[in-house]
Ligand binder design. Structure first.
Ligand SMILES: *Cc1c(COP(=O)(O)O)cnc(C)c1O
Length: 409
């Protein structure tokens, strides 16, 4: 029996991921450890397969947002790689963080005291990283307060502060402000001179190599999304997002397209209806403005993007047929649509474009050393995840190994 075609899917390119990892590695000093950031479903690329590929490629630590993501990695058999939690934990999450052997990021003595208490109760020790605010204004206390609370936290018997860290607010757009934050950190550095240190995200790593310190926390660049435009020629986009033509029609001048009738045909056009909408994460803000690739031609969206379907003008893409592949993000022939292009139109950043690709869109893994060819996964919510304590050891089925075929095959 012929396999049902995919309507809308994201192809995740393992060779591009490994290429970007090598580019990042070449930028990081030998003694610096690489924290590969895989939060938010690996920026929409698929948490477990991407994490496995990055660890296979030499990433030292995995960076996630929270204990739920850490538990998913542990349950998928990644039992030895250290995991750093980048967001603050809720008090009720410390126990699971300890069970998952994840390192919480803490900012205050109060958090340290609670974490220490949970570790003592569990009869174990816990490592955490301590954040100082130097201008991000999200986690961490400022300067003298941070140092004071760090000193108290260091005396707690079941707690080990593995590193001190800060986060830059504007590494991608404001080198001077970044330098000011660095100077603020260095001012307090003598108070924790013995501690490991980390400050750099992708953008900071390409500002100054001195920011690399003991660890770097890199996400964006690994996915081939350039934090600054000049990096585009070094990196390869990992995600391609595709859909298919479900219907083709010729419409005469005078007709309108989609909700709100925001597009009026001034002359006859050939229009294609696509199996993608904002329900898949294709932003409604792209209505009437973004382009897609059909037979290597750039074709413009006509009218509003709806929940499940979007209409494009394929008048210039002669010969296209129902069932043809359409590229929303990625390349076709000599054309390419970068996440930055869609981000600019939608008034956002590339991070949001890729993390918005929805749960309805299966990820198809191509050329992953850690997986058989063409493995598809759907983003699944963990069932019964509120039995939080057991979930670190629970298996989560994520992959079905059906292969991708075109409907014409
Ligand atoms: C997400 C995140 C990073 C990764 O940043 P990129 O710009 O994607 O490289 C680094 N540090 C922290 C604290 C983060 O939350």
């Amino acid at each position: 029996m012929k396999e049902r075609p995919l309507r809308c899917w994201a192809e995740i390119d393992g060779s591009a991921l490994r290429h970007n990892l090598a580019v990042v590695r070449s930028r990081v000093p030998q003694e610096t450890k690489l924290i590969a950031v895989v939060k938010a479903n690996a920026y929409g690329h698929g948490l477990v397969p991407v994490a496995k590929e990055l660890v296979l490629g030499g990433a030292d630590v995995l960076g996630v947002s929270n204990v739920e993501e850490a538990a998913e990695l542990r349950a998928a058999g990644m039992t030895t790689t250290p995991i750093l939690l980048l967001s603050a934990c809720l008090p009720g999450e410390f126990r699971q963080a300890i069970e998952c052997r994840a390192w919480p990021t803490i900012s205050t003595y109060e958090e340290a005291r609670r974490l220490n208490g949970v570790a003592e109760k569990a009869g174990t020790r816990v490592s955490a990283h301590f954040k100082i605010d130097t201008g991000m204004g999200r986690l961490g206390l400022w300067g003298a307060d941070a140092v004071k609370e760090l000193k108290r936290a260091e005396r707690l018997p079941a707690l080990n502060i593995g590193a001190v860290c800060t986060h830059f607010s504007s590494a991608d757009e404001d080198p001077e402000r970044t330098e000011e934050q660095w100077a603020e950190l260095l001012r307090w550095r003598p108070h924790f001179a013995d501690k490991a240190l980390h400050v750099a995200n992708s953008a900071a790593l390409w500002r100054r190599t001195i920011y690399a310190c003991s660890y770097v926390r890199v996400g964006l660049a690994l996915y081939g999304l350039p934090p600054m435009p000049f990096l585009r020629r070094l990196l390869r986009p990992v995600m391609s997002w595709k859909t298919r033509i479900t219907l083709l029609r010729h419409l005469p001048a005078g007709r309108t397209v989609s909700y709100g009738a925001t597009y009026l045909l001034r002359k006859a056009q050939r229009l294609a209806t696509l199996a993608v909408g904002y329900g898949d994460g294709y932003a409604r803000a792209l209505s009437n403005r973004a382009q897609v690739l059909v037979r290597s031609n750039r074709c413009r969206i006509r009218g509003r993007v709806t929940m499940d379907q979007t209409v494009v003008d394929v008048t210039s893409a002669g010969g296209c047929k129902v069932g043809d592949e359409v590229v929303l993000l990625g390349s076709q022939g000599d054309q390419i649509i970068h996440a930055d292009e869609l981000a600019k139109i939608a008034g956002t950043i590339s991070y949001e474009i890729v993390t918005s690709v929805g749960v309805r869109v299966p990820r198809v893994y191509r050329d992953f050393h850690s997986l058989p060819e063409g493995v598809r996964t759907r983003t699944t919510r963990r069932r019964g995840s509120r039995q939080a304590d057991a979930s670190c050891s629970k298996e989560i089925p994520i992959a079905t190994s059906r292969t991708l075929r075109s409907p014409h095959a």
